[in-house]
Design a protein. Structure first.
Length: 324
């Protein structure tokens, strides 16, 4: 039996790993390059490295662009959100009244007293003479405490030397946005002949801690200054009231004279300006209207109170000051 011949082994093709590699390169690095950056695979080291650098450069640039686009979108979104939030805050801030007020009658150190009911002959006898407590007379004769100093001052230009009543007004605004009060007028003014015919003049010196404003019902749109500087001049030609934005609340002492009339009005209409334009808001007497009393043109009884005693004066025309 002939000896069996061993079949020749099939020719083996070289594996990729056995292919010739450029000198000085790592098989592992070549595999990584071929897997991650296949287009950079090249037997020439220079061309391969250049391809790798170009690819990495594009990766870096692309990543940077993506980062910048994301940050820009985030910035624009945050800016938009902040703007929307600010607009919403401003809208809420401007809702409702621009300011609130507290109003009370000023009865401190009155300079005269008007009486709605005249004194009887017997009361006049009791009244004249040494100084005495006038409070019982006030309660029985519908008394109203009034002021005369500014009314009778020639700088105020009041034609009828009547008497003024006064209110202390605190103006408060909690708005973040600033606003400026630049005008004020009497709104809904109505007058009738005064009922009071009796007055007792004290001429005490009133003390005013508030910024002073003076209205004459014959000029309801023209408040005047009662402070020493610019006395008797139009108030809002020289002054303004700053509110909101953390400003100190404004305080006013508002005097009103009506001469020989009794007058009522609904409110003081305030004009103010903010970043959105000009607006108006009313100051009421704690939800009600205001009333000021005058002395009738035909006075019946005029008395003067002093440390020496109480004396009766002859009534005089309303264009002059009594008991001079």
């Amino acid at each position: 039996m002939a000896d069996s011949e061993t079949p020749p082994s099939p020719a083996t093709s070289p594996s990729p790993s056995s292919a010739p590699r450029p000198s000085g390169t790592s098989p592992l690095m070549d595999d990584v390059v071929a897997g991650v950056v296949p287009e950079a695979a090249d037997t020439d080291p220079r061309r391969r490295n250049r391809k790798i650098l170009i690819r990495l450069g594009w990766v870096v640039v692309s990543s940077l662009l993506v980062f910048l686009v994301a940050k820009s979108a985030e910035w624009l979104t945050s800016e938009h959100d902040a703007q929307v939030a600010n607009e919403a805050d401003d809208k809420v801030d401007r809702q409702g009244p621009a300011f609130s007020t507290s109003v009370r009658v000023d009865t401190y150190a009155p300079q005269a007293t008007l009486y709605g009911k005249p004194f009887s002959a017997e009361e006049r006898k009791q009244l004249i003479g040494p100084p005495k407590d006038l409070r019982p007379y006030s309660a029985a004769h519908d008394a109203t405490s009034v002021f005369v100093g500014d009314v009778w001052n020639v700088a105020m230009g009041v034609e009828v030397k009547g008497y003024a009543e006064a209110w202390l007004v605190d103006i408060i605004s909690d708005r973040k946005a600033a606003l400026v009060v630049n005008d004020m007028r009497m709104k809904g003014l109505q007058c009738a002949p005064a009922k009071a015919r009796t007055v007792i003049i004290h001429r005490g010196e009133g003390v005013a801690d508030y910024d002073g404003m003076f209205f004459d019902t014959t000029r309801p749109d023209n408040p005047l200054i009662t402070a020493s500087e610019n006395y008797g001049q139009p108030y809002f030609q020289h002054k303004k009231i700053d509110l909101g934005n953390g400003d100190t609340p404004g305080g006013l002492r508002i005097q009103v004279t009506s001469g020989t009339q009794d007058c009522t009005w609904k409110a003081f209409e305030v004009t103010y300006v903010d970043s959105e334009g000009t607006h108006t808001q009313d100051i009421t007497n704690n939800g009600k209207g205001f009333t000021v009393h005058g002395l009738a043109e035909k006075q019946r009884q005029v008395f003067k109170f002093s440390e020496a005693g109480i004396e009766e004066c002859a009534p005089k025309p309303p264009t002059s000051s009594p008991c001079d």
